[in-house]
Ligand binder design. Structure first.
Ligand SMILES: NC(=O)c1ccc[n+]([C@@H]2O[C@H](COP(=O)([O-])OP(=O)(O)OC[C@H]3O[C@@H](n4cnc5c(N)ncnc54)[C@H](OP(=O)(O)O)[C@@H]3O)[C@@H](O)[C@H]2O)c1
Length: 269
């Protein structure tokens, strides 16, 4: 029997995940149910685009699903605990996407249920997300495998101890922004050399995509791949020297640390 997946909220994250699950045909649309407190434009769009079932009655929603993916903003989720609690039963596996809400907070407000904290990044919208998952003691292997498989449909999902979630935010959660900066800067350099801007963005983005694939598919150390591009006395080593002279690597490391540090502070607040 296919497990029923319920999305609590029909915004960007819910729609992106639903799109991935249905595109890969791992789950039939009949197995996906979406709840919102009203028939909002986002819910209408989700139903019309993906053919999933909308449920507006909260009790009926919880009764009809096994997995509940909370795809609402953290500040909204915090206001919902008391409402949701009476609807929970041991069959449920609760998955929170909410940034900054720890498993301990989730558990202390909702009780001894299977809870998973998932932290995705935005490339999930094009099925290339990075997703960190952590679980509490009540999650069975079967439930965890189901959730891991589900998130692997929209990118690469891995289990991570919760104390590394701040590091994950530095290297993946916030990182698309720094990669976009890099793509923009690469393209600006080419524009400076006379290349039309649109073409420069395409070449720059494709180069980042291709280089990332080289790292993932060859499994070679990034330094080895870099060495292979740097011919002695050639153009590439000149560029690498310019980056090293300007502290490129330590600047990127500091950016990762800054995002992780901010995330830690937000958890404490
Ligand atoms: N977007 C990202 O890049 C990203 C990355 C990592 C993690 N996350 C996490 O993912 C979660 C969802 O983010 P999102 O970007 O998808 O947010 P979003 O687009 O704003 O969607 C939030 C959804 O929650 C619904 N909602 C609001 N109040 C509600 C209530 N009281 N009861 C039921 N539904 C309610 C909204 O309804 P309406 O449609 O009526 O407004 C909307 O469908 C957040 O916790 C966020 O921290 C997001």
């Amino acid at each position: 029997m296919t497990v029923k997946i319920g999305f609590y909220g029909s915004g960007n994250m819910a729609q992106s995940i639903i799109q991935g699950l249905l595109a890969k045909e791992v789950y039939p649309k009949e197995a996906v149910v979406v709840y919102n407190r009203r028939y909002a434009p986002t819910l209408q769009k989700t139903v019309e685009t993906y053919g999933v079932t909308a449920v507006l009655d909260e009790k009926a929603f919880f009764e009809s699903v096994d997995i509940v993916i909370f795809a609402v903003k953290p500040q909204v989720l915090r206001t919902l605990y008391a409402n949701i609690k009476p609807f929970l039963t041991p069959k449920h596996c609760l998955v929170s996407l909410a940034a900054g809400i720890t498993l301990a907070e989730f558990e202390s407000n909702l009780g001894d249920y299977s809870c998973i904290r998932a932290m995705p990044n935005t490339p999930l919208a094009v099925l290339e997300g990075s997703i960190a998952l952590t679980r509490n003691q009540f999650v069975s292997e079967e439930q965890f495998t189901t959730i891991l498989n589900l998130f692997n449909q929209v990118g690469t999902a891995k289990e991570l101890p919760e104390n590394l979630f701040d590091a994950f935010i530095g290297v993946s959660g916030s990182a698309p922004a720094y990669v976009y900066l890099f793509i923009e800067a690469l393209a600006d350099g080419a524009v400076l050399e006379g290349m039309p801007r649109e073409m420069a963005y395409e070449f720059a983005a494709q180069t980042v995509l291709g280089s990332a694939k080289m790292v993932l598919e060859t499994k070679e150390h990034p330094g080895v791949l870099k060495d292979k591009v740097c011919s002695p006395g050639g153009t590439t080593i000149e560029a690498v020297k310019a980056l090293e002279d300007n502290h490129f690597r330590s600047t990127v490391m500091q950016a990762v640390q800054a995002a992780a540090g901010k995330s830690r502070k937000m958890n404490e607040a």
